[in-house]
Write a protein that binds this ligand. Sequence first.
Ligand code: SAH
Length: 268
Amino acid sequence: MIEQDGVRVVRRGKVWLVGAGPGDPELLTLKAHRLVSQAAVLAYDELVSPEILALAPPSAERIPVGRRAAGCRHHEARIPPMVVVRAIEGHDVVRLKGGDPMVFGRGGEEAEELDAARVPFELVPGISAALGAAASTGIPLTHRDVASSVTFATAHAATGEVNLDEVARGSGTVVFYMGLGRLEATCDSLVAAGRAKGTPAAVVSKATRPDQRVVVGTLANIAARVRAEGIEAPALLLVGDVVARRVVSIASAPVDVEQSLSGSVADP
Ligand code: SAH
């Protein structure tokens, strides 16, 4: 509360729209880490991992938001009303979102709503799931030999069916977000639009988390393999020749000195 011309004015709080990354708490930016560890009010999506929420002070007010909390999958993009209420009351609010707020994170829409409510905001980027998955699986998203572009796409869109013709053309990598439920249909559409059935494909579930799982195949068989393995959301579908260029480091087991000297360790 401040005095201005004899009138008592409540200073509006600011809302920080913060990317929490794909799950591993060490992938938070320093800025996100600072904001979460100092938060008095924390609103968070279901995608944000418990280890990250545990960084907030025990006294912080926690506001769960998201599809499950809202009770339906396709609720309208809305900044949670309680976030606006707290900001108007004068509290700063940390609004944590999985990955990056501006990649299928509705960060733009939420920022527009905050602006319409005359609430100041600031965006803080995070590591998007595609980038986390690339590092944690060793699948490059671009590669000088096989892919000179990468497209982030979604099998779902606010307007319904997504036209995949554009991303199916050419040989660039395509990463599908929110695609697990429509995996078969997505692969079929890509093939119908011109991608070869034998194009390598991978599904990465819970990327960067301890329970990460990876299934590799082709556009023709990845959906069946994923079903057989019982893969769970959140998951990404990666399509393109980069999947065949996956790099895996040798295990960091203790080295046998004699073997190492004879050179056999370097040649597994
Ligand atoms: N803003 C987020 C994306 C939100 S949309 C980002 O930048 O990553 C939600 C989708 O993101 C999920 O359906 C899934 O496709 C993907 N996703 C988020 N976290 C993930 C993870 N740890 N592993 C695999 N996919 C993930």
